[in-house]
Design a binder for this molecule. Structure first.
Ligand code: ATP
Length: 751
């Protein structure tokens, strides 16, 4: 006893809430035509998840909702609730009817006017799929083999082989494998779609990944160059900084001495110049020296004059002396008055000397004086020679001689005085001159000092210039270092500037090694620039992400491949199980079918046969979007009958009653193999005559041992087998009403 109750509200003609309780193995529902009995059978279909509206005699979901009558308004929803007793039968171990951990399970389905459906299990909303799975395990699946609608008794006979197979699978409770298989196939299809999707995604990122890999190679190469550059730059910077500092210090120190010297030389030069400025020059000859020079000249003139006069007198004296001698001789010889030529020459010479002296002075006075002297000299000469002719001449000559001697002595005295004066003046002059020259020598020394200082200044300046050149060079080096540091850090990162801790081996290094280092640095810079990789960090990040994505896809493909393999295996396994159990079931059904058939017809033979039909199936090949057709054998069920004493072999040739009996025999045989918890038969017995009605009644009773039966019937015989009878009536309000009635009432109601 599994079925507990059925509750209808707003479902078709059941406008008001009506409930049927199933307390006995056989429940019969009776009532006049059109009262709503079949609506009850459809309510079962509905609540069990039937999706075919046609099988519930509707076109739209709305058709299942009470549509109102002249007296009562229409309902907005139709609901049916079926309650199962889900306890294990007393004393029986095994499975619960529904695989759910509740002793009582209510299934409920509601449809609204907009066509939406709701499914509930014990009041909780579930999906249709959940309901179907739950029921499939309890052999009450959607094929409805256990709900035989009015006029559908021979549905199984009408059905095609494939539909029959579905019914039998459902009845055998192996539909669940079919569902699982279909679900696995759906999953497989989905998995294959996923594989395609993942493959396409992987294909999509492949070129980008390839590009990123190439970029990464470049970055790695660039990184090697960069590392080399940074290492070299650090050493270069450290050495250059050390060199610049050291050289600057050296130059600074080296500049001290020459700069100091230069300053001193400057001061010395100023001093020397000042001395020269203040010292004596030729033009500064003192006036006393000039006075001495003038006196000296005068004295010398006097000396020369005295000397000349003395000489002249000496000549005259000598002449007079000779004249005296001659007079003495002529006196002696009484001689003629002859003037000797020598005397005339002497006179001319004297005149000449006088004239030359006056000429030297070049003054008119001197000339006048000379002329006077010469005239006096000639008059004297003439007088002398006149007198000489006389006897007094001798005396005159002697007198003249005395006069001349006296004059000469006076000149000699003048001469020696002049000489003495000259000597004194000369000595004075020389001492004064010496003093002056000495003073002039000091100035000259100062001048020499100036030249010396200038020469030294030139030397020191040359040295300073050299040092300044070095200073400028080292400043240039310092500036170049700054530029280099900026360039390298911009190109290879700030790390290159952290060179303070770089340790250099001790000892002197040739500067050209550092120059070579710089050249190498430049080459590395160019190489790094040539790699042309910018935004390195972004590419590394993107490459990492893309590679991870690719790996994820690859892993996903492996997982999906494995999943699809598992699904294929599962499908194969399910197919095998389905086939095996199906074949087994068919064999069992056939045994019962034969028996029931023989019982109903009093002989004959009937059986089910598995048939194969080749069906074309469209499917898409893996990795190809083009669909291809594939032929696939589809198994169905054929029914073979042979009536006793008749040569009828095909189903089509049976009468209505015979068809009803055959289908009843088959339905009962099916239920015998794997009895469903309940069976609803809606006027299955309609076509039976009295004798067959009894046989039918017997079989029904037999069947009720395994399944609860709900029989909708007008048949008295059938009613008599029911434990509980429900009568359905419909009044003027066009609403079905339900009432529990007795057999006698039932017979009455059913009329
Ligand atoms: P029979 O003995 O002749 O087979 P029955 O008792 O099985 O009759 P049903 O076919 O169950 O009768 O009931 C049909 C009745 O239900 C009809 O009167 C029909 O008008 C009514 N009906 C069907 N759908 C609706 C609906 N949506 N709203 C109201 N009434 C409905």
């Amino acid at each position: 006893m599994y079925l507990k109750s059925l509750e209808l509200s707003g479902f078709k003609s059941f406008a008001k809430k009506s409930a049927l309780e199933f307390k006995t193995p056989i429940t019969a529902i009776v009532g006049p035509n059109g009262s709503g009995k079949s609506n009850v059978a459809e309510a079962f279909r509905f609540v069990l998840g039937e999706q075919s509206l046609k099988s519930m005699r509707g076109k739209r979901g709305e058709d299942l909702i009470f549509n109102g009558s002249t007296d009562v308004g229409r309902a907005n929803r139709a609901g049916v609730k079926l309650v199962f007793d889900n306890r294990l039968p007393v004393g029986k171990a095994g499975k619960k009817l529904l695989n759910i951990d509740f002793d009582e399970v209510s299934l409920e389905r509601v449809v609204y006017r907009d066509g939406t459906n709701e499914y509930l299990v014990n009041g909780s909303k579930v999906r249709l799929k959940d309901i179907l799975e739950l029921l499939a395990q309890a052999h009450i699946g959607s094929s409805g083999h256990h709900i035989i609608s009015q006029g559908e008794a021979d549905r199984i006979l009408h059905a095609n082989p494939k539909e029959r197979r579905d019914m039998i699978e459902d009845a055998l409770g192996i539909k669940v494998y079919q569902y699982k298989k279909e679900e696995s196939e759906r999953k497989l299809l989905k998995t294959q779609e996923n594989i395609k999707q993942v493959e396409s995604l992987r294909r999509e990122i492949a070129p980008h990944l390839k590009f990123l890999k190439k970029q990464m190679e470049k970055i790695e190469k660039a990184k090697a160059v960069k590392d080399e550059l940074v290492a070299l730059a650090k050493e270069y910077f450290k050495r250059e900084e050390t060199y610049v500092k050291k050289t600057k210090l050296e130059v600074e120190e080296a500049l001290h001495a020459p700069e100091r010297e230069m300053k001193e030389l400057e001061e010395g030069l100023l001093e020397a110049k000042r001395m020269v400025e203040a010292g004596l020059k030729d033009a500064d000859l003192p006036p006393e020296i000039l006075t001495i020079e003038k006196k000296l000249s005068d004295t010398r003139n006097k000396k020369d004059n005295a000397l000349r006069e003395a000489g002249k007198l000496e000549g005259e004296i000598s002449y007079i002396k000779k004249a005296i001698e001659k007079e003495e001789k002529s006196l002696a010889e009484a001689g003629s008055q002859m003037v000797a030529l020598r005397e005339v020459e002497t006179l001319a010479n004297d005149a000449q000397i006088i004239f030359e002296e006056s000429d030297r002075e070049s003054t008119l006075d001197a000339l006048k004086s000379a002329f006077g002297k010469i005239r006096e000299m000639f008059s004297k000469f003439i007088k002398k020679h006149k007198e000489s002719a006389s006897s007094g001449t001798m005396d005159e000559l002697k007198e003249e001689l005395r006069e001349l001697d006296r004059k000469k002595k006076s000149f000699d005295a003048d001469l020696s005085e002049a000489k003495e004066g000259e000597r004194k003046l000369l000595s004075d002059y020389e001492s004064k001159r010496k003093e002056f020259e000495k003073a002039k020598d000091e100035t000259r020394e100062a001048e020499k000092e100036i030249f010396k200082i200038i020469a030294r200044q030139n030397e020191v300046r040359a040295n300073l210039d050299k040092l300044k050149v070095r200073e400028r060079e080292v400043h240039g080096d310092e500036k170049a270092l700054g530029i280099e540091m900026r360039e390298v850090s911009a190109l290879a990162g700030i790390d290159a500037l952290h060179f303070k801790d770089v340790r250099l081996e001790e000892g002197y290094e040739e500067r050209n090694i550092q120059h070579d280092r710089k050249k190498h640095l430049e080459r590395l810079k160019i190489r790094l620039e040539e790699t042309g990789v910018s935004g390195g960090d972004d590419i590394v990040k993107e490459h990492k992400e893309t590679e991870e994505r690719d790996l994820f896809f690859a892993k996903e493909l492996v997982d999906l491949g494995k999943a699809s393999e598992d699904l294929r295996n599962l499908i194969e396994e399910l197919e095998e199980r389905l086939n095996a159990e199906f074949r087994e079931g068919v064999v069992k059904i056939n045994t019962s079918f034969k028996e029931f058939f023989a019982l109903m017809f009093g002989g004959g033979n009937a059986g089910l046969k598995i048939s194969k039909e080749i069906k074309k199936k469209r499917m898409a090949e893996e990795g190809d979007m083009e669909e291809i057709e594939e032929e696939e054998p589809e198994e169905g069920i054929d029914i073979e009958v042979s009536l006793p004493h008749k040569k009828i072999k095909g189903l089509m040739m049976l009468s209505g009653g015979e068809r009803a009996l055959t289908s009843i025999a088959l339905l009962f045989a099916i239920t015998q193999v794997n009895p469903p918890p309940f069976v609803i038969l809606d006027e299955t017995d309609a076509a039976l005559d009295e004798a067959n009605s009894r046989k039918y009644g017997d079989m029904v009773e037999n069947l009720s041992k395994h399944s609860q039966l709900i029989l909708i019937t007008h048949n008295r015989e059938t009613m008599s087998r029911a434990g509980v009878l429900y009568g359905i009536t419909m009044g003027k309000d066009a609403i079905s009403k339900l009432l529990s009635i007795s057999f006698a009432d039932a017979v009455e109601v059913a009329k």
